[in-house]
Design a protein around this ligand. Structure first.
Ligand code: PEP
Ligand code: MN
Length: 337
């Protein structure tokens, strides 16, 4: 159950609601986000929801049967939009694109990708400065100094920056140089990191872990939301199955299934989802038709020379063609739904 209190309650009035709920046998977790204050209420026994609604100070009550509560669409039926500022947002019915290299490498690469994004009208640049690599001997990113340079150039160009944070102790130093924090698949159930990102007033792009079910994925999102951050976007990026013909299995099914379960925007990363450059386009377009609210694409000037994930990275021509096609499909999708 989610309880919303009336605005302007005194501390005493609020404590009184809490103690009455606890007398009714409920476990109450107060949640304060950037936008509002909620009580997540878990009745330990059957109670009449109307009796909660009648408590003095309660504005409304919603029964939410799903185990995750605040991210559930049973509670918030209308889709949530997530703004990165300056008119850049993820929202249902739109197709917001973030594109850029797997790893940020140097100034030339940054300039060249920014020029490409400007040309095709993409307003969010992705790129890793802290890279989670399977081998410790692989390139692990340019770090904070690289992020500062990239952010400055992107800001001048009117482009937003999304980049992965690997650990809680990086959040503070990265904070002023990102427009959106990314949580990678390998950290999808790092509950300490998720809870810390809940305390930050910056949008978070949460990727699905390679072996997390949708239920677990939504619980991970609930960690961030219930820790105080409502600005959340979910990203399907492929799961690990028995199939070895491609890097991961992009779970297109997750798109309609997530859209039904949550009010949060749902985007798809076909680059990691399939891991093979020449197939990225097909699955990206399939994801658009399936109803995703955005795409995250790996794009670089010369993918063959990329420091990481070149095998799944599109060149500028492929990126332009894919994005144009995706935009045509959005028009078709709008007619169809
Ligand atoms: C990435 O986006 O570069 C990345 C490492 O993705 P994932 O966490 O989905 O593997
Ligand atoms: Mn990558």
């Amino acid at each position: 159950m989610i309880v919303q209190l009336r605005d302007g309650l005194s501390t005493a009035e609020e404590s009184s609601v809490l103690s009455q709920l606890s007398d009714m046998g409920c476990k109450v977790t107060p949640v304060v986000t950037q936008l509002k204050k909620y009580l997540v209420v878990d009745p330990k026994k059957e109670i009449d929801i109307r009796s909660v609604g009648q408590l003095k100070g309660v504005r409304d009550v919603h029964r939410v049967n799903a185990p995750y509560k605040l991210v559930s669409r049973k509670w918030r039926v209308a889709p949530s939009a997530v703004s990165l500022g300056d008119g850049v947002q993820f929202a249902e019915g739109e197709l917001t694109i973030a594109a850029g290299p797997c790893s940020i490498e140097d100034e030339r690469q940054i300039d060249s990708v920014i020029a490409h994004l400007k040309e095709i009208g993409v307003r969010i640049m992705r790129g890793g400065v802290y890279k989670p690599r399977t081998s410790p001997y692989s390139f692990r990113g340019v770090g904070l100094e690289g992020l500062k340079m990239w952010h400055e150039k992107a800001r001048e160009a009117g482009i937003k920056v999304v980049t992965e944070v690997l650990a809680t102790d990086q959040i503070e130093s990265m904070h002023d140089y990102v427009d959106m924090f990314q949580v990678g698949a390998r950290n999808a159930q790092n509950f300490t990191l998720l809870a810390e990102l809940g305390k930050v007033d910056k949008p978070v792009l949460l990727k699905r872990g390679m072996s997390t079910t949708l239920d677990e994925f939504l619980h991970a999102a609930e960690y961030i939301f219930s820790s105080g951050n409502e600005k959340l976007v979910l990203c399907e990026r492929g799961i690990r199955t028995f199939e070895r013909a491609y890097r991961n299995t992009l779970d297109i099914n997750a798109v309609p299934a997530l859209k039904e379960r949550t009010h949060l925007p749902v985007v798809v990363d076909p680059s990691h989802g399939i891991g093979v450059r020449r197939w990225v386009r097909s699955v990206a377009l399939a994801a658009v038709i399936a109803g995703c609210d955005g795409l995250i694409l790996e794009v670089a000037p010369i993918p063959e020379k990329a420091f990481s994930d070149g095998q799944q990275t599109l060149n500028f021509k492929e990126s332009r063609e894919l994005i144009e096609k995706a935009q045509q499909l959005i028009a078709i999708r709008r007619e169809d739904y």
